[in-house]
Design a protein around this ligand. Structure first.
Ligand SMILES: [Zn+2]
Length: 153
């Protein structure tokens, strides 16, 4: 399985979120060549501002492991990790994040810091690598069903 293969799985998770009335953010957590956990944005369905696709995935994985340590795991996400998700990744010692669309691909997103770039900010963490742009166009097109960062019909 390649980064592209795992990103395709994250896109499938994102579509589940959209079907539930959420944002097109999906995530899969991988160790070695196997998917360990999945997650998708439940912010609107749960009315929980911290229930991002990535945080849901990391929460479920840590619960499954009964440990707050994701060293050796890679998280694939359809959108550039926000500052909340990057912080969560740091808290659980996640090793790597691979994302699809960049925050610039969602220009109506009012919630992210203006000078924020996950790949740059990740360097502040000891052991976290972040790589963006995998299947960027496919992930970017997923974001077309949101406006002002809210679902539209
Ligand atoms: Zn986030």
């Amino acid at each position: 399985m390649t980064d592209t293969d795992f990103m395709k799985l994250a896109i499938e998770e994102a579509k589940k979120s959209v079907d539930a009335g959420g944002a097109p953010i999906g995530a899969v957590l991988v160790k070695g060549d196997k998917v360990f956990e999945t997650g998708w944005s439940l912010v609107w369905p749960k009315k929980d501002p911290s229930a991002h696709g990535e945080t849901e995935c990391m929460r479920k994985a840590c619960h499954k492991l009964q440990a707050i340590n994701l060293t050796g795991y890679t998280l694939y996400s359809t959108l550039e990790s926000c500052s909340l998700c990057l912080g969560c990744a740091g808290w659980c010692n996640l090793s790597k994040i691979v994302f699809g669309a960049y925050k610039e691909d969602t220009p109506d997103n009012p919630y992210e810091l203006s000078d924020y770039h996950a790949e740059e900010h990740a360097k502040r963490f000891k052991n976290l690598e972040v790589v963006g742009g995998i299947l960027r166009e496919e992930c970017k097109s997923l974001m077309s069903n949101i406006k002002n960062w809210s679902p539209v019909e």
